[in-house]
Design a protein around this ligand. Structure first.
Ligand SMILES: C[S@@+](CC[C@H](N)C(=O)[O-])C[C@H]1O[C@@H](n2cnc3c(N)ncnc32)[C@H](O)[C@@H]1O
Length: 275
């Protein structure tokens, strides 16, 4: 299996799916075409060697980028966090813009993209801002991009992780309704710059509140469908133990038995297309 950190020679073009010769590409990049994503190990290469609570594994944006963009097209991540999407853009020869509300998190993303090589000389950028009112049109115009081919959105799973104190952070929404409203605002804002036939990829998990399952995945899916996007796939990805849970695995198992609940082992990767 190829990893995205391979250093190409100068003449090599970024990887691109060509349906006339798809099989070698699918094999080389381990492209997943099924809805159950069992990814045994996080790619810890390069700047991904450090782990941050709440980030996704690089293989998620990699799959989306390789399937739904061509070399040098633009990818936007409105919840860019620690920069995983942008690192993958850089490795795969796609331009990328990521927006992050919290300065201390944006700084990590910036550091990571500087640590990585830029073999295809693409532009990737982390911008500190609030994605619900960020002027995506203006930034695209300034950077000479007409539109984005792909949006990858990995919002907070409501309040399960605290990213910072800013009330505009979706993780600080007081109620589920406030969270969904804030998610919808970001969605309305960012979808303006998505190309027609472009893909919107939503990565999210569910949560428990006081022993009750809260299906954040289906709530956010419904918010997304309200915007007229076409649902193309719901993939279920296995969830490795988080750093916190790894340390206390038996305690977590005991809790699920005691409360009559289940231990989270999956999250969703949903694919929508702008018609
Ligand atoms: C689940 S994390 C994303 C992690 C990212 N995929 C990665 O691999 O590092 C969600 C991120 O969204 C950010 N965020 C929350 N509300 C935001 C808003 N209104 N505008 C921009 N970023 C926001 C949080 O601070 C957090 O870093």
């Amino acid at each position: 299996m190829s990893s995205a950190k391979e250093t190409p020679n100068k003449q090599q073009l970024p990887p691109s799916l060509d349906l006339k010769n798809w099989l070698p590409f699918v094999k080389k990049w381990s492209i997943i075409t099924e809805t159950l994503w069992l990814i045994p190990k996080r790619d810890n290469s390069g700047s991904m060697k450090e782990l941050h609570h709440g980030e996704f594994i690089p293989q998620i944006p990699r799959q989306a980028i390789l399937r739904f963009t061509k070399p040098y097209e633009l990818v936007i991540d409105p919840f860019v966090g620690y920069g995983t999407t942008l690192v993958e853009c850089q490795r795969l020869g796609r331009n990328g813009i990521g927006v992050e509300l919290e300065r201390h998190i944006a700084e990590v993303a910036n550091r990571r993209i500087k640590e990585e090589q830029n073999p295809y000389n693409v532009k990737v950028e982390v911008i500190e801002g609030d994605s619900s009112d960020f002027d995506f049109n203006e930034i695209l115009h300034e950077r000479n991009f007409a539109e984005a081919s792909l949006i990858i959105a990995h919002p907070p799973y409501h309040d399960i992780i605290k990213y910072g104190q800013d009330p505009r952070n979706l993780a600080n929404a007081r109620t589920l309704e406030d969270f969904l409203q804030a998610y919808g605002k970001v969605l309305d804002n960012v979808l303006r710059v998505l190309a027609r036939s472009g893909y919107y990829v939503l990565v999210i998990g569910d949560k428990y509140t006081k022993g009750e399952w809260i299906p954040l995945g289906f709530h956010t899916m419904n918010e997304t469908l309200k915007r007229g996007l076409k649902l193309k796939a719901i993939c279920v990805k296995n969830f490795e133990e988080t750093m916190a849970k790894r340390r206390q695995i038996n305690l977590w198992k005991y809790r699920t038995l005691k409360l009559g609940t289940y231990f989270f082992k999956h999250e969703y990767v949903m694919f929508f297309r702008k018609e």
